[in-house]
Design a protein around this ligand. Structure first.
Ligand code: SF4
Length: 180
């Protein structure tokens, strides 16, 4: 069995809806995305999982480009109204837990990797940033957009077909890894 076959067999244990692969050099790191964080996201400068704590977009790019391959996957959650942010965000922890399980499978089969998830970290009620180190570095997953990555565009390129509707939240995570 190849590493990829072993990996995909393990994914069947998890509630992943779709997944796809690209080469890491197909991933664009876009400064404009960082500007959106800075101008519109209330978490900017408030979390170890977000900018500027994650480094410049160029530093993020260099970190990720040490790996040859890119993997993206989705989980979904049902909500009464996707525009209700409280209800929508409450479904995120399930996705974060799946993402940690995916990370553990990657580490077991492929070794070191970088795992990015969705939105800012919400593990602690108050983040220690910037005065103390992160309390849970093993659980914390940096936000994919914080790296300057437009994950939905990449998901589409990787063959993911289903995107959110009024009652369905689609959560994305991404992994940089060495496939060989
Ligand atoms: S785990 Fe806690 S300290 Fe670390 S980034 Fe998340 S909220 Fe901040």
């Amino acid at each position: 069995m190849s590493k990829q076959e072993e990996f995909e067999a393990r994914l069947l244990e998890l509630p992943i809806v779709e997944f796809g692969y690209l080469k890491a050099d197909a991933v664009e790191f876009v400064d404009r995305v960082r500007k959106v964080c800075q101008e519109y996201c209330p978490q900017y400068g408030k979390s170890w999982a977000c900018p500027p704590a994650v480094g410049t977009v160029d530093e993020c790019r260099k970190r990720c480009q040490q790996f040859s391959d890119f993997f993206v996957f989705t989980t979904v959650a049902e909500v009464a109204d996707i525009s209700d942010m409280e209800e929508t965000l409450a479904t995120r922890e399930g996705h974060e837990e799946v993402t940690r399980q995916v990370r553990d499978i990657f580490r077991e089969i492929y070794g070191d990797c970088i795992v990015l998830s969705t939105e800012s970290c919400a593990i602690c009620s108050r983040c220690t940033y910037p005065n103390q180190p992160c309390r849970h570095p093993e659980r914390m997953l940096p936000c994919v957009e914080s790296y300057g990555i437009v994950v939905t565009d990449l998901a589409e390129k990787a063959g993911i077909t289903f995107f959110a509707d009024y009652n369905t939240v689609v959560w994305f995570s991404a992994v940089f890894f060495n496939g060989q």
